[in-house]
Design a protein around this ligand. Structure first.
Ligand code: PDD
Length: 288
Protein backbone atom coordinates (compact mmCIF):
# COMPACT_ATOMS: atom_id res chain seq x y z
CA UNK A 1 0.00 0.00 0.00
CA UNK A 2 1.66 3.28 -1.10
CA UNK A 3 2.04 6.22 1.29
CA UNK A 4 -0.03 9.24 0.30
CA UNK A 5 0.79 12.93 0.76
CA UNK A 6 -1.33 16.04 0.29
CA UNK A 7 0.37 18.70 -1.84
CA UNK A 8 -1.44 21.91 -2.77
CA UNK A 9 -4.89 20.50 -3.36
CA UNK A 10 -3.97 16.96 -4.44
CA UNK A 11 -3.51 13.61 -2.76
CA UNK A 12 -0.51 12.03 -4.43
CA UNK A 13 1.73 9.05 -3.91
CA UNK A 14 4.37 10.03 -1.36
CA UNK A 15 7.11 8.96 -3.76
CA UNK A 16 5.75 11.40 -6.37
CA UNK A 17 5.00 14.29 -3.98
CA UNK A 18 6.93 17.37 -5.12
CA UNK A 19 6.87 21.15 -4.75
CA UNK A 20 7.77 23.79 -7.32
CA UNK A 21 11.45 24.82 -7.50
CA UNK A 22 10.37 28.38 -6.71
CA UNK A 23 8.39 27.43 -3.63
CA UNK A 24 9.66 29.99 -1.11
CA UNK A 25 9.99 27.26 1.47
CA UNK A 26 12.37 25.36 -0.78
CA UNK A 27 14.46 28.40 -1.72
CA UNK A 28 14.27 30.65 1.33
CA UNK A 29 12.93 28.52 4.23
CA UNK A 30 10.05 31.02 4.18
CA UNK A 31 7.50 28.82 5.90
CA UNK A 32 6.23 27.24 9.09
CA UNK A 33 5.31 23.75 10.22
CA UNK A 34 3.67 21.63 12.88
CA UNK A 35 4.03 18.04 14.00
CA UNK A 36 1.19 16.34 15.90
CA UNK A 37 1.37 12.96 17.53
CA UNK A 38 -1.23 10.37 16.62
CA UNK A 39 -1.84 7.87 19.41
CA UNK A 40 -4.39 5.06 19.49
CA UNK A 41 -6.38 6.66 16.67
CA UNK A 42 -6.46 10.16 18.19
CA UNK A 43 -4.67 13.36 17.23
CA UNK A 44 -2.99 14.57 20.42
CA UNK A 45 -3.37 18.25 21.36
CA UNK A 46 -4.59 19.18 17.86
CA UNK A 47 -6.08 22.47 19.03
CA UNK A 48 -2.82 23.59 20.63
CA UNK A 49 -0.83 22.71 17.51
CA UNK A 50 -3.25 24.48 15.16
CA UNK A 51 -3.44 27.53 17.44
CA UNK A 52 0.37 27.70 17.37
CA UNK A 53 0.35 27.29 13.57
CA UNK A 54 -1.98 30.31 13.39
CA UNK A 55 0.38 32.29 15.61
CA UNK A 56 3.46 31.33 13.55
CA UNK A 57 1.64 32.33 10.35
CA UNK A 58 0.54 35.66 11.74
CA UNK A 59 4.02 36.48 13.15
CA UNK A 60 5.36 36.02 9.60
CA UNK A 61 2.44 37.88 8.01
CA UNK A 62 1.33 34.78 6.14
CA UNK A 63 -2.28 33.74 5.53
CA UNK A 64 -3.79 30.36 6.31
CA UNK A 65 -3.57 28.29 3.09
CA UNK A 66 -7.26 27.42 3.58
CA UNK A 67 -9.81 27.56 6.38
CA UNK A 68 -8.79 25.87 9.59
CA UNK A 69 -11.71 23.38 9.40
CA UNK A 70 -10.66 22.42 5.87
CA UNK A 71 -7.10 21.83 7.11
CA UNK A 72 -8.47 19.63 9.91
CA UNK A 73 -10.32 17.56 7.29
CA UNK A 74 -7.21 17.23 5.12
CA UNK A 75 -5.15 16.08 8.11
CA UNK A 76 -7.74 13.38 8.79
CA UNK A 77 -7.89 12.33 5.14
CA UNK A 78 -4.08 11.97 5.02
CA UNK A 79 -4.13 10.01 8.27
CA UNK A 80 -6.94 7.79 6.93
CA UNK A 81 -5.30 7.17 3.55
CA UNK A 82 -2.07 6.16 5.29
CA UNK A 83 -3.85 3.97 7.87
CA UNK A 84 -2.08 5.71 10.74
CA UNK A 85 -3.27 4.56 14.15
CA UNK A 86 -0.04 5.49 15.93
CA UNK A 87 2.47 7.92 14.45
CA UNK A 88 2.54 11.54 13.43
CA UNK A 89 1.06 14.05 11.02
CA UNK A 90 3.24 16.82 9.56
CA UNK A 91 1.89 20.13 8.20
CA UNK A 92 3.98 22.64 6.31
CA UNK A 93 2.83 26.01 5.03
CA UNK A 94 5.10 28.21 2.94
CA UNK A 95 4.53 31.69 1.57
CA UNK A 96 3.90 30.16 -1.84
CA UNK A 97 5.45 29.93 -5.28
CA UNK A 98 6.92 33.13 -6.72
CA UNK A 99 10.02 34.25 -8.69
CA UNK A 100 12.94 34.26 -6.27
CA UNK A 101 13.20 37.55 -4.37
CA UNK A 102 13.88 38.07 -0.69
CA UNK A 103 10.99 40.51 -0.26
CA UNK A 104 7.43 39.17 -0.12
CA UNK A 105 5.81 38.53 -3.52
CA UNK A 106 4.27 41.73 -4.85
CA UNK A 107 1.49 39.81 -6.60
CA UNK A 108 -0.52 37.95 -3.96
CA UNK A 109 0.20 34.21 -4.06
CA UNK A 110 -1.58 31.40 -2.28
CA UNK A 111 0.42 29.88 0.58
CA UNK A 112 1.55 26.37 -0.28
CA UNK A 113 0.43 23.45 1.89
CA UNK A 114 1.93 20.00 2.35
CA UNK A 115 0.52 17.40 4.74
CA UNK A 116 2.11 14.01 5.35
CA UNK A 117 1.49 11.28 7.90
CA UNK A 118 3.65 8.45 9.08
CA UNK A 119 3.01 5.28 11.04
CA UNK A 120 5.27 4.74 14.04
CA UNK A 121 5.57 1.81 16.40
CA UNK A 122 4.76 3.03 19.94
CA UNK A 123 6.81 0.13 21.31
CA UNK A 124 9.98 1.61 19.74
CA UNK A 125 9.31 4.97 21.46
CA UNK A 126 8.61 3.19 24.75
CA UNK A 127 11.89 1.31 24.40
CA UNK A 128 13.77 4.59 23.86
CA UNK A 129 12.10 6.08 26.92
CA UNK A 130 13.04 3.01 28.98
CA UNK A 131 16.66 3.43 27.94
CA UNK A 132 16.80 7.21 28.23
CA UNK A 133 18.78 9.53 25.98
CA UNK A 134 22.24 11.07 26.04
CA UNK A 135 22.39 14.80 25.46
CA UNK A 136 25.26 17.08 24.52
CA UNK A 137 25.29 20.87 24.83
CA UNK A 138 26.05 23.34 22.04
CA UNK A 139 26.25 27.15 22.05
CA UNK A 140 23.02 28.91 21.12
CA UNK A 141 23.43 30.20 17.58
CA UNK A 142 19.83 30.64 16.42
CA UNK A 143 17.91 33.85 15.78
CA UNK A 144 15.91 35.31 18.63
CA UNK A 145 12.46 34.36 17.20
CA UNK A 146 12.63 30.63 17.85
CA UNK A 147 9.13 30.99 19.35
CA UNK A 148 7.97 30.89 15.70
CA UNK A 149 7.98 27.32 14.40
CA UNK A 150 9.71 27.99 11.09
CA UNK A 151 11.13 25.44 8.69
CA UNK A 152 14.48 27.31 8.86
CA UNK A 153 16.16 24.66 11.02
CA UNK A 154 19.81 24.66 9.97
CA UNK A 155 21.25 25.34 13.47
CA UNK A 156 18.97 22.59 14.80
CA UNK A 157 20.12 20.21 12.07
CA UNK A 158 23.80 20.89 12.83
CA UNK A 159 23.22 20.60 16.57
CA UNK A 160 21.46 17.25 16.20
CA UNK A 161 24.21 15.98 13.91
CA UNK A 162 26.82 17.05 16.47
CA UNK A 163 24.87 14.95 19.00
CA UNK A 164 24.80 11.97 16.67
CA UNK A 165 28.53 12.37 15.96
CA UNK A 166 29.13 12.30 19.72
CA UNK A 167 27.04 9.13 20.11
CA UNK A 168 24.19 11.10 21.75
CA UNK A 169 20.56 11.56 20.71
CA UNK A 170 19.82 15.24 21.39
CA UNK A 171 21.68 18.56 21.69
CA UNK A 172 20.67 21.32 24.11
CA UNK A 173 21.29 24.91 23.06
CA UNK A 174 23.02 26.88 25.83
CA UNK A 175 23.08 30.67 26.23
CA UNK A 176 26.37 32.53 26.87
CA UNK A 177 25.33 32.78 30.57
CA UNK A 178 25.49 28.95 30.76
CA UNK A 179 21.72 28.40 30.96
CA UNK A 180 19.92 25.77 28.92
CA UNK A 181 17.45 26.94 26.27
CA UNK A 182 15.93 23.80 24.67
CA UNK A 183 16.87 20.86 22.49
CA UNK A 184 17.23 20.76 18.70
CA UNK A 185 13.63 19.49 18.54
CA UNK A 186 12.56 19.17 22.17
CA UNK A 187 12.00 21.27 25.31
CA UNK A 188 14.37 20.66 28.23
CA UNK A 189 13.45 19.92 31.85
CA UNK A 190 15.12 18.89 35.10
CA UNK A 191 13.89 17.60 38.45
CA UNK A 192 15.66 19.15 41.44
CA UNK A 193 16.86 17.10 44.37
CA UNK A 194 13.77 18.13 46.34
CA UNK A 195 11.47 16.89 43.52
CA UNK A 196 10.49 20.17 41.78
CA UNK A 197 10.19 20.28 38.00
CA UNK A 198 12.16 23.08 36.38
CA UNK A 199 11.83 24.29 32.80
CA UNK A 200 12.76 27.55 31.14
CA UNK A 201 9.96 30.11 30.86
CA UNK A 202 8.45 29.97 27.38
CA UNK A 203 9.20 33.55 26.47
CA UNK A 204 10.91 34.39 23.21
CA UNK A 205 13.99 32.22 23.89
CA UNK A 206 12.40 28.84 23.19
CA UNK A 207 9.55 27.27 21.30
CA UNK A 208 6.39 27.20 23.41
CA UNK A 209 6.06 23.41 23.21
CA UNK A 210 2.56 22.00 23.10
CA UNK A 211 3.78 18.87 24.89
CA UNK A 212 5.45 21.14 27.45
CA UNK A 213 2.09 22.82 28.15
CA UNK A 214 0.38 19.43 28.58
CA UNK A 215 3.17 18.18 30.85
CA UNK A 216 2.64 21.26 33.04
CA UNK A 217 -1.01 20.12 33.40
CA UNK A 218 0.07 16.53 34.09
CA UNK A 219 2.47 17.80 36.77
CA UNK A 220 -0.33 19.78 38.43
CA UNK A 221 -2.55 16.69 38.34
CA UNK A 222 0.21 14.62 39.98
CA UNK A 223 0.70 17.33 42.63
CA UNK A 224 4.28 18.09 41.54
CA UNK A 225 5.86 21.47 42.19
CA UNK A 226 6.92 23.35 39.04
CA UNK A 227 9.33 26.26 38.69
CA UNK A 228 9.46 28.03 35.34
CA UNK A 229 12.97 29.45 35.56
CA UNK A 230 16.35 29.17 33.89
CA UNK A 231 18.73 26.38 34.89
CA UNK A 232 22.41 25.91 34.12
CA UNK A 233 24.12 22.92 32.50
CA UNK A 234 25.83 22.24 35.83
CA UNK A 235 22.51 22.24 37.69
CA UNK A 236 21.13 19.79 35.11
CA UNK A 237 24.16 17.50 35.46
CA UNK A 238 23.70 17.34 39.23
CA UNK A 239 19.89 17.16 39.14
CA UNK A 240 17.83 14.23 40.36
CA UNK A 241 16.42 13.73 36.84
CA UNK A 242 16.37 15.37 33.45
CA UNK A 243 14.06 14.82 30.52
CA UNK A 244 12.85 16.27 27.24
CA UNK A 245 9.37 16.77 25.80
CA UNK A 246 8.04 17.00 22.25
CA UNK A 247 5.18 15.70 20.14
CA UNK A 248 7.36 12.87 18.87
CA UNK A 249 9.26 11.97 22.05
CA UNK A 250 6.47 12.83 24.58
CA UNK A 251 8.40 12.62 27.86
CA UNK A 252 11.79 10.99 27.37
CA UNK A 253 14.33 10.77 30.20
CA UNK A 254 17.83 12.18 29.76
CA UNK A 255 20.45 9.94 31.37
CA UNK A 256 23.63 11.86 30.56
CA UNK A 257 24.64 15.41 29.69
CA UNK A 258 28.00 16.00 27.98
CA UNK A 259 29.07 12.53 29.05
CA UNK A 260 28.23 13.08 32.74
CA UNK A 261 25.58 10.73 34.14
CA UNK A 262 22.44 12.34 35.52
CA UNK A 263 21.96 10.80 39.02
CA UNK A 264 22.61 7.05 38.62
CA UNK A 265 22.52 7.22 34.81
CA UNK A 266 19.11 5.57 34.55
CA UNK A 267 15.69 7.07 33.74
CA UNK A 268 14.05 8.64 36.77
CA UNK A 269 10.69 7.82 38.30
CA UNK A 270 9.16 11.30 37.90
CA UNK A 271 9.78 11.39 34.15
CA UNK A 272 8.30 7.89 33.97
CA UNK A 273 5.14 8.89 35.84
CA UNK A 274 4.70 12.02 33.69
CA UNK A 275 4.99 9.87 30.58
CA UNK A 276 2.52 7.32 31.92
CA UNK A 277 -0.07 9.96 32.88
CA UNK A 278 0.40 12.02 29.71
CA UNK A 279 -2.18 10.42 27.44
CA UNK A 280 -4.97 10.58 30.04
CA UNK A 281 -4.51 14.36 30.41
CA UNK A 282 -3.71 15.36 26.80
CA UNK A 283 -6.49 16.59 24.55
CA UNK A 284 -7.48 13.81 22.12
CA UNK A 285 -9.41 14.40 18.90
CA UNK A 286 -10.65 11.42 16.90
CA UNK A 287 -9.00 10.95 13.51
CA UNK A 288 -12.34 10.03 11.91
N1 PDD B 1 9.81 19.66 17.28
N2 PDD B 1 11.64 22.93 20.67
C1 PDD B 1 11.92 22.77 19.36
C2 PDD B 1 13.07 23.54 18.79
C3 PDD B 1 11.14 21.92 18.57
O1 PDD B 1 11.42 21.79 17.26
C4 PDD B 1 10.08 21.20 19.16
C5 PDD B 1 9.20 20.28 18.35
C6 PDD B 1 9.82 21.38 20.53
C7 PDD B 1 8.69 20.68 21.23
O2 PDD B 1 7.45 21.21 20.82
P1 PDD B 1 6.11 20.33 20.81
O3 PDD B 1 5.96 19.81 22.19
O4 PDD B 1 5.05 21.28 20.46
O5 PDD B 1 6.31 19.22 19.81
C8 PDD B 1 10.63 22.26 21.25
C9 PDD B 1 9.05 18.79 16.39
C10 PDD B 1 8.53 17.58 17.07
C11 PDD B 1 9.90 18.50 15.17
O6 PDD B 1 10.56 19.42 14.72
O7 PDD B 1 9.89 17.38 14.67
Amino acid sequence: MPRIAYVNGRYVRHADAVVHVEDRGYQLADGVYEVCEIAKGFIVDEKGHLDRLGRSLSELRMAWPLERQALELIMREVIRRNHVHNGMVYLQVTRGVSPRDHAFPTKPVRPALVVTAKRMDPRAAAKKADKGMAVITVPENRWERVDIKTIGLLPNVLARQAAVDAGAQEAWFVDPDGTVKEGASTNAWIVTNDGSLVTRPADFGILRGITRATVLKVAAELGLKVEERRFSVEEAQTAREAFVTSATSLVTPVVSIDGKAVANGHPGSIARSLREAFFAIAEKSPTC
